[in-house]
Design a protein around this ligand. Structure first.
Ligand SMILES: Nc1nc2c(c(=O)[nH]1)N[C@H]1C(S)=C(S)[C@@H](COP(=O)(O)O)O[C@H]1N2
Ligand SMILES: [Mo]
Length: 258
């Protein structure tokens, strides 16, 4: 007997397909919408049939996971994000977080220690002056937020790859996880962590990172959307487990590359 494909009650398949397409990177999305606007295509992409039991949310999550794999595969570890002249810097640079600016966490510099853990050899925490003594670089790059704005800023810090080297990190591990002071968190893939422009950032516009922009440090990743750039970093773990993140856990696409 042929299997009857039953749509989840209350779900408009056309809308579901449109939502799913949103999660795909652009060329894939265009192809998907042009040639394959069918539930069959969705089934093909996600490997799951939209039959009873498969919730729309689960289907979308699978598309997102498919998308992570496709994007990770497309990610070129040597391709650089564009850089800009100082005259292009956006002033004032926008603040954004899941709370208001005056609620940004206040991390005390005195006695601060960055916790490091997971698949690394050297697990002693790092005091700020030791971090500030690391070799540093400055980048002027564009920060792109999913909420519909972008801005160019100047960030200074140590390459994350260099910091990981000093930790004796096992770079065969799959992920790097960031823990933030106010409960935000973020996981990135190792190729992104080792990208030459991925920076453990201590300064914004030549000043020690102001509170609103992520004191004591942030991770600046110009190849990723804004929400994958954690501010107020207090812990870094090298891990084989994708520990997710604040927005990723709420359904944002995990890879979120640019
Ligand atoms: N700790 C922490 N990091 C965070 C966020 C946050 O709420 N908490 N918001 C993210 C989002 S969505 C954006 S767009 C950028 C904003 O950084 P900015 O304030 O430097 O513009 O920080 C990202 N990193
Ligand atoms: Mo954002």
């Amino acid at each position: 007997m042929p299997r009857i494909r039953k749509i989840i009650p209350g779900v408009d398949p056309k809308l579901l397909i449109k939502d799913a397409a949103k999660l795909l990177p652009n060329p894939t999305r265009r192809l998907f919408l042009r040639g394959a606007t069918s539930l069959g295509a969705l089934t093909f992409f996600t490997g799951c049939d939209i039959v009873d039991g498969d919730s729309a949310e689960r289907v979308l999550r699978r598309v997102s996971r498919f998308n992570d794999a496709a994007q990770a595969w497309l990610f070129d570890p040597n391709k650089l994000a564009p850089t800009y002249p100082a005259s292009a810097i956006t002033k004032p640079f926008p603040f954004n977080a899941y709370y208001q600016e005056d609620e940004a966490p206040e991390v005390a510099a005195e006695g601060f220690k960055l916790e490091v853990g997971g698949m690394i050899d050297n697990k002693e925490p790092w005091m700020l002056d030791r971090l500030y003594a690391l070799p540093q670089e400055t980048q002027i790059t564009r920060h792109v937020c999913v909420e519909g704005w972008s801005a160019i800023g100047q960030w200074t810090g140590v390459r994350l790859s260099e910091f990981l080297r000093r930790l004796g990190a096992d770079t065969r591990a799959k992920y790097v996880w960031f823990q933030c002071a106010e409960g935000y968190s973020n996981t990135i893939d190792m190729p992104t962590a080792l990208h030459p422009q991925t920076q453990l950032t201590f300064k914004f516009a030549d000043e020690i990172l102001p509170r609103k922009y992520g004191f004591p440090m942030k991770c600046r990743i110009p190849t990723k959307l804004g929400f994958k750039n954690p501010k107020h970093v207090i812990g870094i773990h090298v891990t084989d487990k994708n520990l997710g993140g604040y927005w990723e856990d709420q359904g944002y696409n995990w890879f979120s590359g640019l």
